[in-house]
Design a protein around this ligand. Structure first.
Ligand code: GLA
Length: 651
């Protein structure tokens, strides 16, 4: 049985060697079994072009190995050395306003730069050659957070690479003109080299150009990853990963990364000031599981506060444990932190760590050591699936497209609706999977589409087939409007869902800022209203006020063996969203855990049930089984202390 991987980023180059011995002793004490090394050490191991100093890295790899701690070997390419920027000024990142960004930080490089790619290939080859067969190296950590600060570059090399990418995608420039609808404003191209990168420009830039630019920018990072992966494969058989930022890096479409990594790993930091930040954590974990199509690992999270939010709120007592076990509940087979020992110098000295500035006589350290101990008892969950019979549709392309300029309302925000629906399900203790609109949905009793603005023809057919074959689909407004080029589907809105929903929209009526309206069911709506015309569907509730008073607001359409539901306004928790979802879940036969107190997260993973109490009260949760951490057997009611977690193994 494999243990849950446990550890963090380790940066021994920031410390004198005598500290290393203490580090390794404490790592053993806490049960650390994996550390990420060398994520930012390029300037140290290659002090000048072609000159290498392996002394520190060699010594630390041996020390860790001798102590039974595995190495997740980094490639340091997200922080190129100063000499490389000086020798090749053309690698510097250019932003959309045409400013060339200075050095002194990390990431400020153009992802399309040939000189940068060549330097990456060279240093990665040297590292892989030296450590590729070392038994301590269990995993490769390629780069760090692709797209963190350099998703897009607007230099000449990037523009040229974009033209090549378009030529490969479309073959013929007329196909591009057709796909992009360039007859509009006569923005026709006669050759690929006439296409410019969408840098700062007058308003109304062709949205299809912007979408392809985003795809291209994502793909340039994938290209760098693949190149590094191939170099490593020449020297090593160990698996490789790169740390994703799901879902908080809007510029990366992680669906386009499918199949690139051997292990999906993710970095997640609480948005600390959000009162419901534990729900956002769950959403990130569920979405990461969808990208991985199974188990995955947390590559970075924090023991307490970060240092880069406006107000860096420290975790409260028990929160480190709740956060960590919530990730495990939702599919994580590894829990790593940024970072092992708090840095004294540099930009991140106010960031929490496994070993804080205050040392071992601290709550953080005690919690870290206790967590390491707990994880050893949870090896049985490694590889197990998470059970869900509800799916929420997610597509980075809808996110991108919905938030381009000149939409019907600035209040149309992709994550706003997804999070509203996700949170409502979370509060009902319903575990969901995320799924792409073109994925096989037949395993789900209920599918929810909170914000599917882009739906391809294939997705449209898929959703229709899902309902006809007995599925239940809940759709929120402004979904199914355009195809993958941001072109409106033919005929009335929502073209991709008209037949499935049994209705059409005569006109959108976005609301004023902070305006709300009521429904005759007692529900309330925000943001949106529209003139719904029924064509097969029935009205479940009608608008009682606002621009569409008297017209359908919530509808239901029985189609084949299934049912499609539609909400024509923004419902929220407490104003109708829970009722809509409860009605759909009842109709779909979705079973919800009964008798679970509010604020308690319940997730089944394989033969274990995780009960996570986010409230300040001791609670009891119905259930039976054996506490996997302390061996207590329960039959009927399981006590979960205020802020505590119980992991229950099936008896
Ligand atoms: C990111 C980076 C880390 C570190 C943390 C701090 O996730 O990958 O190197 O900067 O943020 O939260």
């Amino acid at each position: 049985m494999q243990d849950i991987r446990f550890g963090g980023d380790y940066n021994p180059e920031q410390w004198p060697e005598e500290i290393w011995l203490e580090d390794v002793r404490l790592m053993r004490e806490a049960g650390v079994n994996l550390v990420s090394l060398g994520v930012f050490n390029w300037g140290i191991i290659e002090p000048a072009p072609g000159e290498y100093d392996w002394s520190g890295l060699d010594a630390i790899v041996e020390l860790l190995h001798a102590n039974g701690i595995g190495v997740n070997m980094g490639t340091p390419t997200s922080s190129p050395p100063a000499w490389l920027r000086k020798a090749h000024p053309e690698i510097r990142l250019v932003d959309a306003e045409g400013r060339t960004l200075a050095g002194g930080s990390r990431h400020g490089v153009c992802p399309s730069s040939p000189a940068y790619a060549e330097a990456c290939a060279s240093i990665v080859d040297k590292i892989a050659e030296r450590y590729g067969k070392h038994p301590a190296v269990k995993l490769w950590h390629i780069h760090n957070e692709y797209g963190w600060a350099n998703v897009e570059c607007y230099c000449e090399a990037s523009a040229t690479a974009f033209q090549g990418w378009l030529a490969e995608k479309y073959g013929d420039v007329d196909r591009l003109n057709e796909a992009w609808g360039t007859a509009f404003w006569g923005l026709v191209y006669r050759s690929f080299d006439q296409v410019e990168a969408p840098a700062a420009a007058p308003p109304g830039v062709n949205p299809a150009l912007r979408l392809d630019w985003k795809r291209f920018s994502n793909d340039e990072h994938v290209r760098n990853y693949r190149m590094q992966r191939e170099v490593i494969a020449r020297h090593s058989e160990a698996p490789a990963t790169t740390n994703f930022m799901i879902p908080n890096c809007e510029g990366m479409d992680y669906r386009r990364w499918a199949g690139t990594v051997d292990v999906v790993s993710n970095n997640h930091y609480l948005i600390a000031e959000r009162p419901d930040h534990q729900i956002e954590l769950s959403m990130s974990a569920d979405l990461t599981r969808a990208v991985a199509n199974g188990p995955w690992m947390v590559m970075e999270h924090s023991t307490s506060a970060v240092n880069w939010q406006p107000r860096n709120i420290a975790k409260t007592t028990g929160e480190l444990r709740r956060n960590s076990l919530a990730h495990v509940a939702r599919g994580a087979d590894g829990l790593m932190f940024f970072q092992w020992r708090a840095s004294r110098a540099g930009a991140e000295k106010f960031h929490s760590a496994m070993l804080p500035h205050g040392g071992t006589d601290t709550e953080v350290w005690r919690d870290v050591a206790a967590l390491g101990n707990d994880l050893k008892k949870l090896s049985a969950v490694v590889g197990a699936d998470v059970a869900a019979d509800v799916a929420v549709l997610w597509d980075w392309e809808s996110w991108w497209a919905l938030e381009l300029e000149w939409r019907p309302s600035v209040d149309l925000k992709y994550r706003e609706r997804v999070e509203a629906y996700y949170a409502a399900l979370w509060r009902e203790h319903v575990t969901v999977d995320f799924a792409h609109p073109e994925a096989d949905l037949s395993g789900y009793r209920l599918v929810v589409a909170p914000s599917s603005y882009v739906l391809t023809d294939a997705a449209s057919k898929n959703l229709r087939g899902y309902v006809e074959n007995g599925g239940h689909l809940v759709v929120s407004y402004f979904s199914g409007i355009v195809d993958e080029h941001d072109t409106v589907h033919p005929g009335a809105h929502p073209g991709a869902l008209r037949e499935t929903l049994g209705l059409w929209i005569e006109e959108f009526h976005p609301l004023h800022e902070r305006e709300s309206l009521s429904l005759d069911s007692g529900a309330a709506g925000r943001i949106w209203s529209e003139h719904v015309r029924l064509d097969g569907a029935e009205a479940v509730a009608r608008f009682a006020s606002g621009p569409d008073a008297g017209r359908p607001a919530l509808t239901r359409h029985d189609l084949g063996r299934g049912t499609a539901w539609y909400a024509a306004t923004a419902l929220d928790a407490g104003t109708g969203l829970d009722e809509l979802l409860a009605t759909a879940m009842d109709a779909a036969g979705v079973e919800r855990p009964q008798g679970v107190p509010d604020g308690v997260e319940v997730v089944r993973r394989g033969a274990h049930r995780f009960l996570i109490n986010h409230t300040g009260q001791d609670v009891q949760v119905p259930g039976a089984g054996v506490d996997a951490l302390d061996g207590t057997a329960y039959d009927g009611r399981v006590p979960v202390r205020a802020g505590g977690v119980v992991v229950l193994a099936d008896a």
